[in-house]
Design a protein around this ligand. Sequence first.
Ligand SMILES: NC(=O)c1ccc[n+]([C@@H]2O[C@H](COP(=O)([O-])OP(=O)(O)OC[C@H]3O[C@@H](n4cnc5c(N)ncnc54)[C@H](O)[C@@H]3O)[C@@H](O)[C@H]2O)c1
Length: 270
Amino acid sequence: MKTGSLEGKIVVVTGGGSGMGAAFSRRFADDGAHVVVNDVNEAAAGSVADEVSGEAAIFDVADSKSFDAAIDRVVAHHGRIDVLINNAGIAPPRNELKTDINMANQMKRMEGRYDDLEPGNYTVDLSDEQWDRMIKIHLYGTFYGTRAALRHMTPQRFGSIVNISSIMGLRPAAGAPHYSAAKAGIIAFTKSTAQEVAPFGVRVNAVCPGWVDTPLLDAFDEMTRMGIRMQTPIGRLAQAEELAQVVRFLAGPESSYCIGDVFPVSGGWV
Ligand SMILES: NC(=O)c1ccc[n+]([C@@H]2O[C@H](COP(=O)([O-])OP(=O)(O)OC[C@H]3O[C@@H](n4cnc5c(N)ncnc54)[C@H](O)[C@@H]3O)[C@@H](O)[C@H]2O)c1
């Protein structure tokens, strides 16, 4: 449904070249916003930017200087920034050996063979570099973007920031401790910054998606997807557009009393 209530608003979406970020960009454009589509993938960002008649901004959210420069450029060009969606993210790469161990362990649990369980070693096998990159993109990226946007939003006395966390930040599961830690950190960061800037007309909120059918999950095999469907009360993965409705609500004036609030959109998972 087009409401037009974002007519002329300047919106920056990180990781806008794919999945949810692309869906958010389309949703904002549908409501009249001018969307700045960030991504590290130049072709993907350019394609979405063209589609929504917006502009692409190619930079790595884990690079604070680039993030600062991009937000400053947006404000210099458009006179303000109304909305920032901190969405860019990565998932751990597929590891078939660990998937097999996990599946075998589930069988052993069902058979009550607890002594035969094999360690998944997700934490033990995590390198410093893998840990750093995950935390850098998600948690540092969210901090860098928020700081860069607040430098303009606080003085202008308006703005809305939506941070994309995850159900893994609310209810972590074994398998990606660095991802869960980053997403939980985003929730605490959201609440803290929201309280700081609420008196100045700026709102910060977070969304915790459940399992969403985007390229991020390309690494998941059919067995894993089936397991997700079985454990999700609604019985399916979300479509990115379903998340876009909630993010759109939080970005706009309709959510004026939402401050530091955290919204699971989980199909019943949490
Ligand atoms: N798909 C899910 O099930 C799910 C669930 C919960 C949370 N999330 C979160 O939602 C967000 C979007 O995920 P998605 O599923 O749409 O994934 P996606 O892979 O479809 O899109 C992510 C985009 O972010 C970009 N990106 C990655 N690193 C970047 C960086 N350093 N700087 C700028 N751009 C970068 C990628 O190029 C890609 O275009 C992520 O933060 C993810 O952790 C996803």
